[in-house]
Design a binder for this molecule. Structure first.
Ligand code: NAG
Ligand code: NAG
Ligand code: NAG
Ligand code: NAG
Length: 496
C-alpha cells in the first residue's frame, strides 16, 4: 500500500512536472503556415497548422533573439502570451506596423471560430493588448486571403498582393494589391496595371528604396513562376515592373522565405513544389539562393553554406536579426511539421550556426548564457517547489483524510467524479489502475482522492468513448499531454 501511494505520488509529480514544463517552460509544438513578424528583437508567432486531425492550438508567443545563444528548441527563450478570443489562425500574414513599428498586424488567413474572427487583428507589443481595429474602406474592404506575404513600408503601409481567397486554390487565386495604412487605419487599392498573374506562395521583400520584389510562388494549376521572372511594385510611384534576372537561377518553388540584408542581398530559403495532382511536394533546389539587388539588374547566385544545413522546410518563418537569418518551424518536405529553429550567419560567408553572437551594445555572450541558464533554473526551481508542495499536501491529507464513498458514475463532468468512478470496484479492471488493489481492501487509505482539489476545476476531462479505459490515469492531463494526443502529434502528418 505504501508502495502504491509512492507510485501514485511519483506519478503525480511526473505529470505535474510535464505540465509545468509545457506551461512555464513553454516549448511551442511543431507547426507550419504560422504567421510571424519580427518586432524589435522579438519574433512573434501565432497559430499555424499542427499535426492533428483538428487544429487545437491558437497559441501566441515570441522568441527573444537578443538572448538567443543556442538554437536547441528546448532551451530557447520562448515566451507565451495570451491569444485573442480563442481564435485559431493559420496561413495569414503579419508585419510590424503602426507609427512605432511595435504592432503585430495580422491580416487574413484561416481564422476560426468565425464569430470571433476579424479581417485584421492587432497586438500592441508595448501595451500587451489585442484589438480588432476599425478600418475605413472608401474603396471597399479586400477579401480574406490566404497564402500571401505582406510587407510594410517606412510609413507603416502594409502591402498585400495576390494570394487565394478560399482554400480551393485553383479557383480563387487573385492578383490585386490591397494596401492597409497601419497608422491611420484605412484600406486602399494598388494598381492592377502591369500586375503579374494571380499567384500564391510567393515571397515578398521590400527594398530600402521602397520597391517590393516578388519572387516565385505558383499560378493556377500548380504552374510555378520561373525564378528568373522578378516582379516589382514601386510603392513610391505605384507602378508594377518586370525584371528578368540573370546569373545562376534556382529552381521554382512556393512556400519559401526571403530576407533582405543591409547591403541589398535577398536571401531566399526553402520552399517546395508539387508537379502532380497527388499533393506530394518535392524540395526545391538549392535550399538557399541569393539575389543581388544592388545594381539595377538583379543577379542570382547559389553560394554553398557551411555548417550543417537543416532539413529543408516550406511554409516556415524567416527573419533577419543583425547578420543572422533565423528560420523557424515549417513543413519538412516529406516529413511534416518542424519544431526547430535554425540560424544562418549571412555576414562574411554563409554558415549554419548553432548559436548567435548578438554582440550589440552592452550585451555580450556571457550575459546571454546567463539569461538562458536563468530561464532553465527558474523552471527547475518551479518544479522542485511543486514537487515539495505536493509531497507536503499529500502528507497532510493522509493525516486528516476523511473518506466519503460515492457510487461510481461514468461522466465527463469533471475530474472528481471521474476519478471516483475509476476507483469504484465496478470500473477498476486493469493493471494500470493502481487503485484497484486498494479500493475493496481498504478504502480509508485510498490515496486517489487526495488530488481532487488541484485538478478538478483546472482540466475538464474530454471523454473519448473510442479510447480504452486503461489510460484513465493519464487522461486527467490537459489535452496536450494526453498519450493519444502525443501519439497523433508525432505520427499523423497528413493534416494540412
Ligand atoms: C469568442 O470570444 C469570446 C470573448 O473572448 C469568448 O468568450 C468566446 O468563447 C469566443 N467564442 C468561441 C466560440 O470560442
Ligand atoms: C495619418 O494621418 C495624419 C494626420 O491626418 C497624417 O499627417 C499622416 O501623414 C497620415 N499617415 C499616413 C501613414 O498616412
Ligand atoms: C506538409 O508535409 C506533409 C508531409 O510531407 C505533406 O504530406 C503535406 O502535403 C505538406 N503540406 C504542405 C502544405 O506543404
Ligand atoms: C563582443 O563583445 C566583446 C566585449 O564587449 C568585444 O571584445 C568583442 O570584440 C565583440 N565581438 C564581436 C564579434 O563584435
Amino acid at each position: 500500500m505504501a508502495f502504491s501511494s509512492l507510485v501514485r505520488l511519483t506519478l503525480s509529480i511526473a505529470l505535474i512536472s510535464s505540465f509545468v514544463f509545457d506551461v512555464i517552460c513553454f516549448t511551442p509544438p511543431p507547426r507550419f503556415a504560422q504567421t510571424s513578424a519580427l518586432i524589435g528583437n522579438k519574433i512573434y508567432y501565432m497559430g499555424g497548422v499542427v499535426p492533428l486531425p483538428e487544429p487545437i492550438i491558437s497559441d501566441f508567443f515570441y522568441l527573444d533573439t537578443s538572448i538567443l545563444s543556442s538554437t536547441d528548441s528546448t532551451t530557447l527563450p520562448w515566451t507565451e502570451l495570451t491569444g485573442l478570443d480563442n481564435l485559431f489562425t493559420s496561413w495569414g500574414t503579419a508585419v510590424a506596423g503602426g507609427a512605432n513599428k511595435d504592432l503585430f498586424v495580422l491580416f487574413g488567413g484561416n481564422m476560426t471560430p468565425a464569430e470571433n474572427s476579424s479581417l485584421v487583428i492587432v497586438y500592441d507589443t508595448s501595451s500587451n493588448t489585442w484589438s480588432k481595429p476599425t478600418i475605413s474602406a472608401p474603396q471597399g474592404e479586400p477579401a480574406r486571403k490566404i497564402k500571401t506575404q505582406a510587407v510594410v513600408d517606412s510609413t507603416g503601409k502594409m502591402y498585400i498582393f495576390g494570394g487565394s481567397t478560399s482554400p480551393d486554390l485553383d479557383n480563387s487565386l487573385v492578383n490585386d494589391m490591397s494596401i492597409l495604412d497601419t497608422v491611420n487605419w484605412s484600406w486602399s487599392t494598388g494598381t492592377q496595371n502591369g500586375a503579374p498573374d494571380a499567384r500564391s506562395d510567393y515571397s515578398a521583400t521590400i527594398l530600402n528604396n521602397g520597391v517590393i520584389v516578388y519572387i516565385g510562388g505558383s499560378n493556377l494549376n500548380n504552374r510555378y513562376v520561373p525564378m528568373s521572372q522578378i516582379n516589382t511594385y514601386d510603392t513610391n510611384s505605384a507602378t508594377w515592373a518586370n525584371i528578368v534576372s540573370t546569373g545562376d537561377i534556382p529552381s521554382p518553388r512556393g512556400g519559401h522565405s526571403a530576407v533582405l540584408t543591409p547591403d541589398g542581398r535577398i536571401i531566399i530559403y526553402g520552399g517546395a513544389f508539387s508537379i502532380s495532382a497527388d499533393g506530394q511536394y518535392t524540395a526545391a533546389t538549392p535550399d538557399m539562393a541569393v539575389l543581388d539587388t544592388t545594381n539595377n539588374n538583379f543577379v542570382w547566385s547559389q553560394p554553398k553554406a557551411g555548417g550543417t544545413a537543416p532539413p529543408q522546410v516550406a511554409y516556415h518563418s524567416a527573419s533577419l536579426v543583425g547578420d543572422y537569418m533565423v528560420v523557424s518551424f515549417g513543413n519538412i518536405t516529406n516529413k511534416g511539421p518542424s519544431p526547430n529553429v535554425y540560424v544562418l550567419d549571412t555576414k562574411d560567408s554563409y554558415n549554419w550556426v548553432t548559436s548567435m553572437n548578438t554582440n550589440t551594445s552592452e550585451t555580450n555572450s556571457s550575459s546571454n548564457v546567463g539569461l538562458i541558464v536563468g530561464v532553465s533554473v527558474g523552471c527547475i526551481v518551479a518544479l522542485i517547489l511543486l514537487g515539495g508542495g505536493l509531497f507536503w499536501f499529500y502528507r497532510r491529507r493522509k493525516v486528516t483524510e476523511e473518506v466519503i464513498e460515492t457510487p461510481g458514475e461514468f461522466t465527463d463532468a469533471g475530474f472528481t467524479r471521474r476519478y471516483e468512478s475509476m476507483n469504484s470496484a465496478t470500473t477498476s479492471q486493469n493493471s494500470h489502475d493502481f487503485s484497484k488493489h486498494l479500493t475493496s481492501a481498504n478504502a480509508e487509505s485510498d490515496p486517489s482522492k487526495e488530488f481532487h482539489p488541484s485538478y478538478s476545476h483546472n482540466f475538464p476531462v474530454q471523454h473519448d468513448p473510442e479510447v480504452e479505459d486503461d489510460d484513465k490515469e493519464f487522461r486527467i492531463l490537459p489535452q496536450e499531454l494526453q498519450p493519444e494526443y502525443l501519439e497523433k502529434k508525432f505520427n499523423n502528418n497528413d493534416n494540412i
